[in-house]
Every structure is written in structure tokens, then in C-alpha cells.
Design a protein around this ligand. Structure first.
Ligand code: NAD
Length: 272
């Protein structure tokens, strides 16, 4: 756990993080704990989820594991009731659980498509709908949906891209629907983060990606997690329905590479 900016920005808030047994989710849990939050780890991987809890407890944090399959309405109902019982309220939700099929369009089966949409988009829908009453009961709260730069541009995996664009739309609709309940809902859009999800990428993938990132490297999970902490905290009290891009400059680059190549061609033509 990277120990920077320890403080009390989430003091006594109870935060549920889905997919927190691994990668970005576990780092979000860590960063929330460093800011005084009490954490509910929701995941389908009971072993890894329990290990994350142990590590947080070792540094004196308050964390508990709850089995939660984000695609299953009953699983949400059970987990939320248990979390509310254990902690006495819920103040924040991070819809982080996500998967990628990493297949070209022509090879994506209907089952692949449904599985990715189920976890990446239906999960945040169910989470928002079923957690909102608890947040309202706790005096309001914040929901953070983890999308991606694949929610702004084309990703080779069509199911992944569609799900992450969907999360943007869901976030905005939910933000408007729940503003009167005192609930703020925003999305976060990372590009490349060093997590186990990237281990599924083929050799050479990271090198190709680094060459295209203006900052020249992937994000550390903590660099994204700290943005999530900001959106969960009262420091972002006037933000709802908005998008935080954390991508090392990838989206800003847009047509930059093409245009700089064109400038070189023009310059070569003038000197020739
Ligand atoms: P990861 O594979 O390390 O972790 C994903 C977690 O989700 C795992 O613990 C897994 O058990 C859990 N999970 C899977 N299905 C679930 C289900 N049905 N219910 C509950 N939990 C389930 O992945 P990660 O890289 O940490 O990704 C986290 C989020 O960040 C995802 O939404 C992903 O799309 C997004 N993201 C990741 C990157 C990246 O480069 N790693 C970039 C942009 C966005």
C-alpha cells in the first residue's frame, strides 16, 4: 500500500467497493482506509477478498469481506443487508468489478458479449439501484462508477467498449434521478493501469501502449484510487454526473500523432 496523503477525508464513512479482491479495487479499498473509511470488500473471489481484509486489518484498518456477485440481484440484497447490519450504515459505493473478453469483434460470441455487459454494466445498474436507499438512509452519499477511456473512444473489444460507454450514460441518468436523495454519482475513466487484468494481455502489449501514452507509462493503481477517494469525499460536494479522466494524456492526444506526422511531411516538402 502506497502511504501518501494519509488523513481523514473519509473519516467514519462506510464504503462498499466491488471487485475489491484484486487490482484497482483492492487499492481503492486501501486508499479509502488511509483516509479513515471503514471498508466492505465485495467480490466473488472469497480467498483473495479475505486476504485483502487481512492486510487492511494488519495496518489497523476496519474492513470486512462480503461475497457479492454484482450480476445477481439477490446477492446484492443479501450483501447490502449484511453490510448495513455490520457497520450501521452505508455512505459510498464504488462500482469497480469488471472484466474484458479481449477478442476481436469477429470472435466475440453472444455469451462473451452477455458476460461482459452483465458484469460491467448490469452490475453498476443493480448496485446503484439497490445501494441508493441505504445511502439515503445514511444521510446521502457518493457513488463512483469505474468506466475507462474505452468509454470515450473505440476499444478493439466491442463488448468492453460498449459496456464502458454504457457506464457513462448510466452515471448521468442515475446522477439526475438520485440528486434529490442527496446522492452524487460520477464516473472515472482510466487508461492503462498496472493490475492483474493487464496480465491477460499478450507479449508486447504494454510496450505498444507505453509508446502511445503521452506520459510514457501506465498508471499505478494508487494514482487512480486517489481520484476515487476525492469523488467519495465531501471535497467533491458540487460534482455529480461528471467524468474524471485519469489516462496519462491519451484522450487529449486524439489526432496529435497523425498531425505531427503530417507537419513533418509538410516540413520535408518545404526543405526538399
Ligand atoms: P482485476 O481483474 O484485477 O480485478 C477485477 C475484480 O473483479 C476481481 O477481484 C474479480 O474477482 C472481480 N469480479 C469479477 N466478476 C465479478 C462479479 N460478477 N462480481 C463481483 N466481483 C467480480 O481488474 P482491474 O484491472 O483491477 O479492473 C478494475 C476495474 O477497472 C474494471 O472495471 C476495469 O474495467 C477498470 N479498468 C481497468 C484498467 C486497467 O488497465 N487495469 C483500465 C481502465 C479501466
Amino acid at each position: 500500500m502506497e502511504r501518501v496523503n494519509g488523513g481523514d477525508r473519509l473519516a467514519n464513512k462506510v464504503i462498499l467497493v466491488t471487485g475489491a479482491a484484486s487490482g484497482l479495487g483492492s487499492e481503492i479499498a486501501n486508499q479509502c482506509v488511509l483516509q479513515g473509511a471503514r471498508i466492505a470488500i465485495g467480490d466473488v473471489n472469497n480467498d483473495k477478498g479475505s486476504q485483502v481484509v487481512e492486510k487492511i486489518r494488519e495496518i489497523g484498518g476496519d474492513a470486512r469481506y462480503f461475497h457479492l456477485d454484482v450480476t445477481d440481484e439477490k446477492s446484492w440484497q443479501r450483501a447490502l443487508s449484511d453490510i448495513n447490519g455490520a457497520f450501521g450504515g452505508v455512505h459510498g459505493l464504488v462500482n469497480n468489478a469488471g472484466i474484458i473478453a479481449r477478442k476481436p469483434f469477429t470472435e466475440v460470441s453472444l455469451d462473451d458479449w452477455k458476460r461482459v455487459l452483465d458484469i460491467n454494466l448490469t452490475g453498476p445498474f443493480l448496485g446503484t439501484k439497490l445501494t441508493a436507499p441505504y445511502l439515503k438512509g445514511s444521510g446521502g452519499g457518493s457513488i463512483v462508477n469505474i468506466s475507462s477511456t474505452a468509454g470515450f473512444s473505440a476499444h478493439p473489444d466491442c463488448a468492453y467498449s460498449a459496456s464502458k460507454w454504457g457506464v457513462r450514460g448510466l452515471t448521468k441518468s442515475a446522477a439526475l434521478n438520485y440528486s434529490s436523495w442527496g446522492i452524487r454519482i460520477n464516473s472515472v475513466h482510466p487508461a492503462m493501469i498496472m493490475t492483474p487484468l493487464q496480465l491477460t494481455a499478450p507479449p508486447g502489449y504494454m510496450e505498444a501502449s507505453n509508446a502511445a501514452i503521452p506520459l510514457g507509462r501506465p498508471a499505478q493503481a494508487a494514482e487512480v484510487a486517489r481520484i476515487v477517494v476525492f469523488l467519495l469525499s465531501d471535497e467533491s460536494s458540487y460534482m455529480t454526473g461528471s467524468e474524471m479522466v485519469v489516462d496519462g494524456g491519451i484522450l487529449a492526444a486524439g489526432t496529435w500523432n497523425m498531425r505531427t506526422q503530417m507537419q513533418k511531411v509538410i516540413a520535408a516538402g518545404k526543405s526538399g
